[in-house]
Design a protein around this ligand. Structure first.
Ligand code: SAH
Ligand code: SF4
Ligand code: F3S
Length: 473
């Protein structure tokens, strides 16, 4: 199978839409028989990529006639899984066990599992053996097939399993149910080719595939016409976007095209791998009126030795130089990161290098993880240089350091007036609304629901640690 050339499968898209049309009738019949609408509940674990896939799954379910509910006591439950760390896995099994009772009560109920965990054959075996109440299992490569899988389930009444090893196919133009009216994630690429030695993602998400720029631009224009003002361009390593497209295009060039879209106000992207972050990208960002002043730049470890063992392709010094370059070009940028503590070859000395990077860069926030062994990855067979207790201690120390610095860093805009996009009414206090700054921090301020989706100038009156309290100007 070839992974690198892109086929945009229009035929597949048409076929799926026909199936959805047929299913609509069948779902309506079942609904009539029961005398009530059929409901679906969508649960999603993991990263933005999974969240985006869930929006697509929800789009299909809504199209065929299911109505959304937050209750797991529903007619169709879909759980989109993550397997990046062991605890992500365990949560799914826990949840699955609890679902049995609903299925007993409601024999029409269907349970579907999809996402990264399902790409692991041992997981599928375990579900087949021990969780017989699951109806449909599929993976990360065939999300667009949900309607077809439901149809097969209705026809055969037995467990439907459809896992693809990989794909070169990108099926465009299917429905998607957006979580917010005013902002939306947009896939620009799928998969990952980096094979960091600790990481399972390349195995469960397949090889890197970029969408054609014209397809991306078309999607964003449609979103903007539908009220979206902010997009988040999504990929495991957006900086290598376009490398395998013909003609080639860089991420910086794509950003320039996206910037031209009239009506679009803000552009974000996730995630940047330091090894591929180009000077062009920094320049495009610095000159842009729309690209937000936020960069998520995972460094994983501060030790060049550990970075080598992780197969990250940069050293501590190169990372720090890159950060300097970025900060010089954009002094107001917010940097965030991911850090792993307890990678097998990490010693106390290596960990000190990690602390050193944290102190030098002064992140606005950092996601810290204890290394989790993923079977099948190269790191899984490496011997540990430290004990669990040592690793735990390092983790606590790092968290403390990261939080202390983040509190100070986040406060640096106190007293300034910033443009924020209002995202919703505050959950604790309905007299407040919550807005997001360009640099991704949140500010709560007195406001009304009609502000949602609009830009407001807000004075950041008081820094509260990781957010601000403010007032509209
Ligand atoms: N593609 C992104 C990261 C995706 S996974 C990137 O390269 O930046 C999100 C984060 O999970 C990673 O940055 C890493 O910090 C963490 N992670 C991945 N595998 C892990 C593992 N086996 N144990 C602990 N953390 C892990
Ligand atoms: Fe995993 Fe590395 Fe790919 Fe990120 S770049 S998804 S950490 S293999
Ligand atoms: Fe998890 Fe898959 Fe994302 S493993 S982090 S949901 S790509």
């Amino acid at each position: 199978m070839s992974f690198n050339n892109q086929i945009t499968s229009e035929e597949e898209s048409i076929r799926q839409k026909e199936i959805m049309e047929r299913l609509k009738g069948r779902i309506a019949d079942i609904s009539k028989g029961l005398g009530r609408p059929l409901t679906y509940c969508s649960i999603c674990f993991g990263c933005q990529m999974n969240a985006k896939d869930s929006e697509k799954l929800e789009g299909i379910l809504e199209t065929i006639g299911y109505v959304r509910t937050e209750s797991e006591d529903c007619d169709f439950l879909i759980m989109n899984t993550c397997t990046v760390r062991e605890n992500a896995n365990l949560r799914v099994y826990g949840r699955l066990g609890q679902l049995k009772k609903y299925k007993k009560k409601n024999p029409h109920m269907m349970i579907a599992l999809c996402g990264c965990m399902m790409q692991e054959s041992l997981v599928v075996e375990k579900i087949k053996q021990s969780y017989r109440h699951v109806d449909i299992i599929f993976g990360t490569h065939n999300v667009f097939k949900l309607a077809e899988l439901i149809e097969t389930k209705l026809d055969t009444q037995s467990m439907v399993i459809d896992i693809w090893e990989g794909t070169s196919e990108i099926v465009e133009d299917l429905p998607s149910e957006r979580k917010y009216d005013f902002k939306c994630g947009v896939n620009i690429m799928f998969g990952c080719n980096n094979f960091c030695t600790y990481c399972i993602v390349p195995y469960v998400r397949g090889r890197e595939r970029s969408r054609r720029p014209e397809d991306i631009i078309k999607e964003i224009k449609e979103l903007v016409a539908d009220g979206v003002v902010e997009v988040m361009l999504l990929g495991q390593n957006v900086n290598s976007y376009g490398k395998n497209l013909d003609p080639q295009i860089s991420f910086a060039e794509l950003l320039k095209q996206v910037e031209q879209i009239e009506g679009l106000k803000r552009i974000r992207f996730m995630t940047s791998h330091p090894k591929d972050l180009s000077d062009d990208l920094i320049e495009v960002m610095a000159n842009s009126k729309k690209i937000c002043r936020h960069l998520h730049l995972p460094f994983q470890s501060g030790s060049s030795k550990v970075l080598k063992d992780m197969n990250r392709h940069y050293t501590k010094e190169q990372y720090l130089e890159l950060v300097d370059k970025i900060k010089t070009a954009m002094p107001d940028i917010s940097l965030t990161t991911d850090i792993i503590v307890g990678f097998p070859t990490e010693t106390e000395e290596d960990f000190k290098e990690t602390l050193d990077v944290v102190r030098k860069v002064r992140y606005d926030s950092a996601f810290t993880f204890i290394y989790s062994k993923r079977t099948g990855t190269p790191a899984a067979s490496m011997e540990f240089a430290s004990t669990d207790e040592e690793i735990r201690e390092r983790f606590d120390m790092l968290l403390n350091e990261v939080q202390g610095i983040a509190k100070e860093t986040c406060a640096r805009f106190e007293g300034t007036i910033q443009k924020v996009l209002v995202e919703g009414v505050n959950e604790q206090d309905a007299s407040l609304v919550t807005g997001r700054l360009s640099n991704n921090l949140l500010v709560h301020f007195p406001g009304t629901p009609d502000m949602i989706g609009k830009f407001v100038n807000v004075k950041l009156a008081k820094a509260m640690g990781f957010y601000y309290m403010g007032e509209a100007m």
